[in-house]
Design a protein around this ligand. Sequence first.
Ligand SMILES: *Cc1c(COP(=O)(O)O)cnc(C)c1O
Length: 365
Amino acid sequence: MIKTPYYLIDKAALLKNLEKIAYVRQQSGAKSLLALKCFATWSVFDLMQEYMDGTTSSSLYEVKLGNTKFKGETHAYSVAYSDDEIREVLDHSDKIIFNSIGQLSRFKDISEGKTRGLRVNPQVSTSEFLIADPARPFSRLGEWDPSKIETVISDVSGFMFHNNCENDDFERFDEMLTFIEERFGHLIQQVSWISLGGGIHFTGEDYPIDQFCQRLKAFSEKYDIQVYLEPGEASITKSTTLEVTVLDTLFNGKNLAVVDSSIEAHMLDLLIYRESAKMAPCDGEHEYMICGKSCLAGDIFGEFKFKQTLQVGDRLSFEDAAGYTMVKKNWFNGVKMPSIAIRQLDGSIELVREFDYNDFEQNLS
Ligand SMILES: *Cc1c(COP(=O)(O)O)cnc(C)c1O
């Protein structure tokens, strides 16, 4: 048995998302690039690259990883590139998308001949959290003024819009795309590709995927453009669990169980967005608050129901632990970093990465 804590990626579950992604390409013509900032566990890229068209990135290191580990196209994007990294970024990418006209002008000469794009901020989004809202007031994410963008149109051949966020509502997606067309349609007419970014939950169970495909197809035909999607969460949703073991139980007015992991170190997004972890099944008459082992008072995964009382040594499994977890895990409190394991398509489980004290020490100086 593999020692906890570990993330367990289930390739069969991953495949369900990937098949939907391939279906969207086949039906709509839109290509999908994995957003590495959400998920960059390259040990499963062998499977993912068969169904997706490549990767997109937020930095030099991500673009390098995408270029070396994932076949297909490699898009480069970053909020801002520095002078000393731009050469390497260009060498590792097929397309570069600048965040601002300032960056585009600054690197115009060095990127001559490269397929270039510009991020456009349509000033509408679906984010419910200000911290994750690209259209927040005073946002630095992309240019928003059509008349300013028009002045550099001959320097780019495409645009990137990323304004969806955990959006599982097709109507809302459709509305916002229509808004984008009304405001930027005359500019879209002049380019050959458009990326619609990530944040669209089109691999979800009840998502009207055929309507989505039709909308994308109509959009691409109307302007004669190649459409790209940049799914992060939608590519890997529900594919992974975080496996942990109960180390202690307490009663302090509530039943508590402490596990060998930490929400702050291993599932940080749940803490940032103040969401509970998920566990299934979650029924029975014994209710426990499941807590992490760091000394942060609020290191709490959530409250869950169990059929039996929990005992030290019991194993628990948090669901939906792929997106924004492994890319964000950290050494807070020196808590042992979860290993990474893969359930292969034949059912066998392979441990692909372990971390130890040396990794902790090497991460500091
Ligand atoms: C975050 C991000 C994505 C991926 O978003 P998901 O919500 O994980 O699908 C794609 N493109 C850009 C530009 C992003 O910033």
